[in-house]
Ligand binder design. Structure first.
Ligand code: BG6
Length: 542
């Protein structure tokens, strides 16, 4: 794994130390290699982006590759082949990537010298995904690139296409001899690795996820498949493991004995602008909860892995998901709330009702907000509710995990007439304004006894004078170095659907409760507040 475990000294380290590239393995970077940027340098390889003319390439992949190159983590041999249907020349494709970088990169505009060397390794391959000849030509192109640019037969295929196209593409890759790794490769060289990155959503329900896993498994070994969930690449999510397992303080209290409840919020201010067609068929549960929110929960709640290796980590995350028992329809009605936004104001801007968005059905029943109360039936977490909420068109963009601790056993100060002190809260802010906040009671200075809740606040921005890499930078580099720690394994993806399928089914026929409406710019329907009020709790207003 990468930063999953930097030396705890970096927490207070001066800037120079903070720049040290993270380790690929083990809990501490090897001191002999510290400072060598080579540590996580990708091997020479070719990345083939299937669906390269789409939005993802422009917004995420091109900026991520450029920044990774800028950071010194890509070798000069690195090559990109954009594979798509549209008629484009190499030059036009390069211009498309350059535009994406200039618009969306955290470092912009492009530096000419860096761009020139990057651009030399960018090609475009026109072809239809169902045309075998396109793959035969692709195979020849990749062999030529191996010879000319020294990419050593290493290939990373990125499926930036709708999941319905995955089976076609992977089968075609297989038929053209492009799917096997190392010694298994049928044509050309026997050297080199082949890996495939698949985008979310991974399936539509349990059945389709199983089918997808099966279809991928027919062609690739599981260790070649990298299912991306970009939330796992976010710096703060990786820091969760360091925070918990790198410090002696927190792990002993990370359990039902000290923790009252946990809230996971993934709130967005944006509506579904321009994505109506995708979103109306998807909804908040599939879009955010299936991957992002359940993965956050698993990273938060897992037991310490034996080692920081992909399989150990994913075994532990899977155990958490297995502890979440699928709900009956009555449990769905009691423990979930779904909502859809109607027009309102968000950050000073008027947002039209969800149903009035382009490509959204007029009477759409799709949820743009979901709130769930889950429990993890495990020794560590039995009886601790995990409240998850996510929504579009909410008042602020914030992703956080907030832990509320149990009250002190004795209300000593209440006896002295001081009102009950708020419970301690530890809020892990995933984005924006990444950091960790601890709320506790402190005596107000003066002769009397008055207690007020105060904050102890760690902020990445002020503690480290470095920019965090974008999640895609971390994850692309991880895939190139073969580190699957931050990618979802087949069984994890299926287990997430096992949890969500009954909720989706109960919502479909209303047995799971009605669809509520909420004004854009509010924190969701009142029913979401009632979900917690029934337990004597309230959502945090981040
Ligand atoms: C994507 C969802 O996976 O994550 C989007 O499909 C959502 O609907 C996005 O807006 C949020 O990602 P981030 O990194 O901006 O929080």
């Amino acid at each position: 794994m990468t930063t999953r475990a930097p030396d705890s000294a970096t927490q207070t380290a001066p800037v120079e130390e903070a720049r040290t590239p993270p380790s690929t393995s083990g809990i501490r970077p090897n001191p002999l290699r510290e400072g060598l940027r080579l540590e996580r340098m990708a091997e020479p390889c070719t990345m083939v982006i299937c669906g390269a003319t789409g939005d993802l390439t422009e917004r995420k992949l091109a900026p991520a590759l450029y920044n990774t190159l800028l950071g010194g983590f890509l070798p000069p041999e690195f090559t990109v082949v954009g594979f798509a249907r549209r008629e484009l020349s190499d030059e036009e494709f390069r211009a498309h990537l350059r535009e994406g970088i200039n618009k969306h990169s955290r470092n912009k505009p492009v530096t000419e010298a860096i761009w020139d060397s990057f651009a030399r390794g960018i090609e475009y391959h026109r072809g239809d995904f169902d045309d075998p000849a396109a793959y035969v030509r692709l195979a020849k192109r990749l062999e030529r690139i191996d010879r000319d640019r020294g990419t050593a037969g290493n290939r990373l295929f990125y499926l930036a296409v709708p999941p319905s196209l995955y089976p076609e593409i992977v089968n075609q890759l297989d038929r053209a001899g492009l799917a096997a790794s190392g010694g298994r490769r049928r044509t050309g060289s026997t050297r080199g690795w082949t890996r495939v990155i698949v985008e979310k959503p991974f399936g539509y329900d349990l059945g389709s996820a199983r089918t997808l896993n099966h279809e991928l498994g027919e062609v690739f070994d599981e260790d070649q498949v990298f299912r991306i969930d970009h939330y796992l690449g976010k710096e703060t999510v990786q820091n969760l493991a360091v925070f918990r397992f790198g410090n002696g303080l927190f792990e002993p209290i990370w359990n039902r004995r000290y923790i009252d409840s946990v809230q996971i919020t993934v709130a967005e201010t944006v509506g579904v602008e321009g994505r109506g067609e995708f979103y109306d068929a998807t909804g908040a549960l599939r879009d955010i909860v299936q991957g992002h929110a359940l993965q956050l929960m698993a990273m938060f709640a897992m037991d310490p892995p034996v080692e920081f290796h992909a399989e150990d980590l994913r075994d532990e995350k899977l155990k958490v998901l297995r502890g979440v028992k699928p709900m009956s329809p009555a449990e769905v009605a009691a423990n979930t709330v779904r909502g859809q936004y109607v027009s309102g104001w968000v950050e000073g801007e008027k947002i039209a009702s969800y149903r009035d968005q382009p490509n959204v059905a007029p009477g759409s029943q799709t949820e743009t907000f979901a709130a769930l109360k889950l429990s993890i039936d495990s020794w560590r977490w039995a009886g601790v509710p995990f409240y998850i909420r996510t929504g579009k068109a909410l008042p602020s963009r914030v992703t956080e995990i907030a832990v509320t601790f149990k009250q002190a056993p004795l209300a000593l100060f209440a006896r002295a007439g001081v009102p009950q002190i708020d419970a301690n809260v530890l809020a892990i802010r995933v984005q924006p304004d990444e950091g960790i906040l601890l709320r506790f009671g402190a005596k107000v200075p003066g002769q009397g006894l008055q207690i007020r809740t105060v904050n102890m606040d760690f902020r990445y921005g002020s503690s480290f004078a470095v920019d965090s890499p974008d999640a895609y930078e971390t994850l692309l580099l991880d895939a190139m170095v073969g580190d699957a720690s931050l990618f979802t394994r087949d069984d994890e993806a299926e287990r997430a659907w096992e949890i969500l399928d009954p909720i989706l089914a109960a919502w479909k026929d209303e047995a799971g409760g009605p669809l509520h409406f909420y004004g854009a710019g509010t924190w969701g329907p009142p029913a979401a507040d009632e979900l917690l009020e029934r337990d004597g709790r309230a959502w945090r207003r981040p």
